[in-house]
Write a protein that binds this ligand. Structure first.
Ligand code: NDP
Ligand code: X2W
Length: 311
């Protein structure tokens, strides 16, 4: 059976990569709106209601509007790439490895995780759940992203003459990703989040530094790594790197798209300090790849069909 998929916002950064990943997949009949019809509410209403599954690749307000345009009787299921519904009631959080594949498969409304929260939650949520890390710890997240993470506007800025060599931001301490990091890791407090952007198109490194020796039970880096390896043992998307002395982690300026994510746990010799690090593509597991993974599950297809998971 063919599933009718409408991508709303298909001309945007995330939308284009979703369309690329769906091209050539005959399980889906793909629909996008072209030219002047792209933002025409009547055309969008019709397309949204005709679809079996609508994938929203829109700014938050437009995503809310799209959901409001859907008649509940149409039966259209939704995957929303925006941050509009990530902690909303009635929405499944589209991180199958954390919420369970069955939850996604059965959901009518799926909210794709944010790109930075994907790295943070992949590292911290399983460890808090297992009781290895405290839920009431004051966590810090340091992160660097490729400029496609900011969509068309940031791409234009980083491709213009005089583009910055490095951009640190989030100094209002109120980044839109804070609520989903707290909620889906089950934390007592918001994290302190220090994001930044470099002149690479795609890719991100998300890091959580930890003073393990100050925690009750003094968890070691090895125990944390082993727990993550067990948690993701069944995943073809999330890999946990073995312990090794990695001198550096790099983002390439023009990296190929990739839908996997690699988690690292580095610890110092005394065992007091650790750095948990997630390396992913903001447009892969951070957005478009995650949408395809969720789409597959919602359609009863193999989770990794059409994903770019490398050799
Ligand atoms: N970029 C990334 O790495 C990630 C993005 N996301 C989320 O995905 C969503 C899309 O982001 P991104 O692709 O980066 O953004 P872009 O700005 O690249 O694309 C957004 C697209 O939406 C279109 N659009 C805006 N308003 C409407 C409307 N009312 N009706 C129809 N189309 C509309 C825009 O049109 P126009 O082309 O005319 O501007 C544009 O093509 C955002 O909510 C973002 O938070 C999530 C994870 C990572
Ligand atoms: C580099 C950059 O600007 N990143 C964006 C986050 C990515 C985004 O807008 O999308 P999600 O919230 O859906 O992940 C930001 O910090 O606002």
């Amino acid at each position: 059976m063919t599933t009718a998929v409408f991508v709303d916002g298909a001309a945007g950064t995330t939308g284009l990569e979703i369309v690329e990943r769906l091209r050539g997949r005959d399980e889906f009949a793909l629909h996008v709106l072209e030219g002047g019809r792209r933002k025409d509410p009547a055309a969008r209403r019709e397309a949204l209601n005709d679809a079996d599954i609508a994938i929203l690749c829109l700014p938050d307000d437009a995503a809310r509007e799209a959901v409001a345009l859907i008649d509940p009787a149409s039966g259209t299921r939704v995957i929303d790439a925006s941050s509009a519904h990530r902690t909303a009631a009635g929405w499944a959080y589209g991180f199958p490895e954390l919420v369970g594949r069955d939850t996604i498969a059965a959901a009518a409304r799926v909210s794709n995780p944010g790109c930075y929260p994907t790295g943070f939650l992949a590292l911290v949520a399983p460890l808090v759940r297992e009781g290895l890390l405290p839920a009431d710890w004051p966590y810090t997240v340091n992160a660097v992203s490729g400029y496609s993470g900011g969509g068309k506007a940031l791409i234009e800025r980083f491709r213009a003459d005089g583009a910055p060599a490095f951009r640190a931001y989030g100094y209002d301490l109120a980044h839109k990703h804070l609520p989903e990091m707290k909620a889906h890791a089950g934390l007592a407090h918001d994290v302190i989040f220090a994001p930044s952007v470099v002149p690479a198109y795609r890719g991100m490194i998300v890091e959580v530094p930890l003073h393990l020796g100050a925690m009750e039970g003094e968890p070691t880096a090895d125990r944390l790594r082993d727990a993550l390896a067990r948690f993701y043992a069944g995943s073809e998307v999330v890999a946990v790197a073995p312990a090794r002395d990695t001198g550096e982690l790099l983002l390439e300026r023009e990296a190929e798209p990739g839908d996997g994510m690699t988690l690292h746990v580095f610890g110092n010799a005394g065992g007091w300090n650790a750095r948990l690090v997630a390396v992913l593509d903001n447009l892969g597991k951070g957005a478009s790849g995650a949408a395809i993974e969720n789409l597959n599950l919602m359609c009863g297809l193999p989770e990794t069909a059409g994903l770019r998971l490398g050799a």
